[in-house]
Ligand binder design. Structure first.
Ligand SMILES: Nc1ncnc2c1ncn2[C@@H]1O[C@H](COP(=O)(O)OP(=O)(O)OP(=O)(O)O)[C@@H](O)[C@H]1O
Ligand SMILES: [Mg+2]
Length: 259
């Protein structure tokens, strides 16, 4: 479904220097897989996601999505950005419907789906509210509904729950796994939390500090459906310790080890 081969990304900066954000990144994701990416702040995670989404082009290497070279944004992909980026002057419903408008799809066909998604993310009855009337967690749920409304085969999520308290985060993690189990989308989710990555993923991809490379991929063989009590199991703890060990050359301040 996603195939990165030898992907590097260099950004020119305002001062004329060049920043190597990603270096020789290789990654292969199968359809229906749930992948989490962990790595220190600034190691190139958002860059990786933007490249896969077709919002940036690689400096070297190739990115294939569904066996075709990625050339630009695609309706097969839904994205949840690092902050919810809702349009303040549009209602919740109109925010969720934004991709339909941008992709010039028939709004009448998708309104029911938008309502259904709002119910799934626990926002029944909020369709006509405005973003400023919602809590941070609720806004993030709107962003998730918006990413799913056009039924993309793939969901890319950039630290979607990073700004939330631990309880809301647990709740949304469970909801996300539920949506994934029902729809079997391919999910690539970036997180700072090692615990979250082990809880959600089939496979955790560990990146090195900048310039980011994939240093290890760890298959998480915990049973599904995952439940919160698994977090206290020995097997879960062993995965967390292993991943933390792979990230130990990273200054502690850059890592939020667990949430
Ligand atoms: N458009 C850009 N122009 C110049 N430099 C950029 C640009 N986007 C990212 N960078 C640089 O590339 C590097 C990787 O940035 P990126 O946003 O991918 O990191 P990240 O892993 O997502 O970090 P965080 O965990 O803090 O979100 C950083 O050094 C950043 O300064
Ligand atoms: Mg980022």
């Amino acid at each position: 479904m996603i195939e990165l081969a030898g992907v590097s990304k260099v950004f020119p900066t305002a001062s004329g220097e060049r920043v190597l954000a990603l270096h020789d990144a290789n990654l292969s994701v199968k359809a229906g897989e749930f992948i989490c990416v962990v790595g220190a702040s600034g190691c190139g995670k958002t860059t990786l996601l933007r490249l896969i989404a077709g919002l940036e082009s690689p400096s070297t290497g190739t990115i294939k999505v569904n066996n075709a070279i990625q050339t630009g944004p695609s309706e097969k992909i839904g994205i949840v950005f690092q902050d919810p980026t809702l349009l303040p002057w549009r209602t919740v419903m109109d925010n969720v419907m934004l991709p339909i408008q941008v992709l010039k799809l028939d709004a009448r066909r998708f309104r029911d789906r938008a309502k259904e998604l709002l119910a799934i993310v626990g926002l029944d009855g909020f369709a006509n509210k405005y973003p400023h009337e919602l809590s941070g967690g609720m806004r993030q749920r709107v962003a998730i509904a918006r990413a799913l409304v056009h039924d993309p085969a793939m969901l890319l999520m950039d630290e979607p729950f990073g700004a939330l308290d631990a309880m809301t985060r647990d709740q949304l993690n469970l909801e996300l796994l539920d949506i994934w189990a029902k729809t079997r989308k391919t999910v690539l989710l970036i997180t700072h939390s090692i615990t979250e990555s082990v809880f959600l993923a089939d496979r955790v991809v560990v990146m090195s500090p900048r310039p980011g490379r994939v240093v290890e991929e760890i298959a998480i063989e915990l049973p599904r459906p995952r439940t919160l009590d698994m977090i206290n199991s020995d097997a879960f703890g062993a995965y967390v310790r292993h991943i933390r060990g792979r990230l130990t050359n990273v200054p502690a301040a850059q890592l939020q080890v667990a949430s």
